[in-house]
Design a protein around this ligand. Structure first.
Ligand code: SF4
Length: 436
């Protein structure tokens, strides 16, 4: 039996797509092996979000060939899409596929085996208009499943290369999303996350549907108990949107609303399409209408031209909004984006100092949020054993509080009522009460 090994760099969408490609190889009779083992085929699903991601992608491509000089090395994903010629020059690469044509990978490999020649199928993605279906990215042993509903982004934030790597927005059909959710039910999943590159734009290319219409369709499916959304942007959160989701009981009261900066002039340079005032309004609407809602965010420090004063504005804004969690990133120039050539790049030491301050603030705010729920009883969906003291398993409440309880693997995939006892670091220790 032929063997294949995978290596994935980058985001949740890439992980999902690698899983979908894994299923294609399994159906073609391949045996999946660890990436560090000898394999007949190595597939590296690359990322290009920073210059460092490109470098890491190249390293993994070279490592694959070293593991087996006779192997077929396949390079797919965002880096392959944006720099196919560069990838093609790396010694040992046999097949280059970007962010489309992934459904045909096995055919291309067969062609390479017979014709013994390199194949590069990367084409311009900027005029692509359809969502590529190439199977579902179902993880067989996880409790929370991601479903890709959309591809591409039309926003062109000044620091981001993704619109060039993924092309314009393309929505997956409602029918195919619903079918995939039903498949997931058969695998025993109870929680799903609707994900994509820019999910707020779902339906805008088709004009016959929208994210909220899709959510309603998924909500109608019997058996799915929890629905979450991947990252959204503040301008999606209108009064109408909130009034609809608040009545959909399976929608988890946790929203990850991308902010990036709490300073209007920085947001403008980033080409983000909202102001801090608009952001604040969206968050107030969510908090007013949805009880116990958790709101997390992404924030970037050291964007070109970010002065001390601008950073302090961001700090104050974050402190005021009080997120339940923050992902803090240091700006990293990405060649090919406008921001990479902006003047006044911020020094690495300043970025480090600012990110440390926000990281500390994030920890404090998570504890503050978690403390509000001590003494309450909440349903927890258990996911996996953790390395904490002895015999603990972790799970999440609907509003995404991480809870650790004494318990074994049998709890995995179950939703159980838990009494929340005390906060430790970024989680809560709970006591299991009963099973629902
Ligand atoms: S919204 Fe902005 S940051 Fe997000 S993928 Fe699109 S261009 Fe990149």
């Amino acid at each position: 039996m032929k063997t294949v090994a995978f290596y994935t760099l980058g985001c949740k969408v890439n992980q999902y797509e690698t899983q979908a490609i894994t299923n294609i190889f399994e159906n073609a009779g391949y045996n999946i092996v660890d990436f560090n083992k000898k394999a007949d085929v190595y597939l590296i699903n690359t990322c290009t979000v920073t210059n460092l991601s490109d470098r890491k992608s190249r390293q993994m491509i070279r490592r694959a060939k070293k593991l087996n000089g006779d192997s077929i090395v396949v390079v797919v994903g965002c880096y392959a899409q944006t720099a196919p010629e560069e990838v093609s020059k790396i010694e040992g690469v046999n097949l280059i596929v970007g962010t489309k044509e992934r459904s045909k990978i096995i055919d291309y490999i067969n062609e390479i085996e017979t014709k013994k020649k390199k194949i590069n199928v990367v084409e311009d993605i900027m005029n692509e208009r359809s969502f590529e279906e190439f199977g579902s990215g179902i993880y067989k042993e996880r409790t929370r499943a991601f479903i890709k509903i959309q591809e591409g982004c039309n926003q062109f934030c000044s620091y981001c290369i993704i619109p060039y790597a993924r092309g314009p927005i393309r929505s997956r059909s409602e029918k195919n999303v619903v079918e995939e959710v039903k498949k997931l039910l058969n695998f025993g999943y109870r929680e799903i996350v609707l994900t994509g590159i820019h999910i707020g734009s779902y339906g805008k290319d088709k004009k016959t549907t929208s994210l909220i219409e899709l959510i309603k369709k998924v909500h109608e499916i019997d058996g799915i108990e929890r629905i979450r959304l991947g990252s959204i942007e503040p301008n999606l959160i209108s009064e109408d949107f909130v009034n609809t989701i608040k009545n959909l009981k399976k929608m988890c009261p946790h929203y990850h609303v991308s902010l990036q900066s709490g300073c209007d002039s920085t947001l403008e340079r980033m080409n983000r399409k909202y102001t801090t005032l608009e952001y604040k309004k969206s968050i107030s609407t969510l908090r007013r209408e949805i009880e116990d809602v958790a709101i997390s965010t992404d924030v970037m420090v050291g964007f070109p031209g970010e002065t001390t004063e601008e950073f302090e504005k961001t700090y104050k804004f974050l402190d005021e909004i009080s997120f339940s969690g923050m992902h803090v990133f240091k700006y990293s120039p990405r060649k090919g984006t406008p921001a990479a050539s902006f003047e006044s790049q911020v020094s690495p030491s300043k970025k480090e100092e600012r990110s440390n301050r926000l990281f500390q603030l994030s920890k404090e705010k998570t504890v503050e949020f978690n403390k509000r729920f001590i003494g309450d009883v909440m349903p927890v969906l258990f996911e996996q054993k953790v390395n904490y003291k002895h015999g603990y398993i972790e799970g999440f409440t609907p509003n995404y509080i991480k809870v650790l309880c004494k318990g074994d693997e049998n709890l995995k995939g179950q939703i159980v009522n838990v009494s929340l006892k005390e906060t430790v670091d970024d989680f809560i220790i709970g006591k299991i009460l009963d099973k629902d």
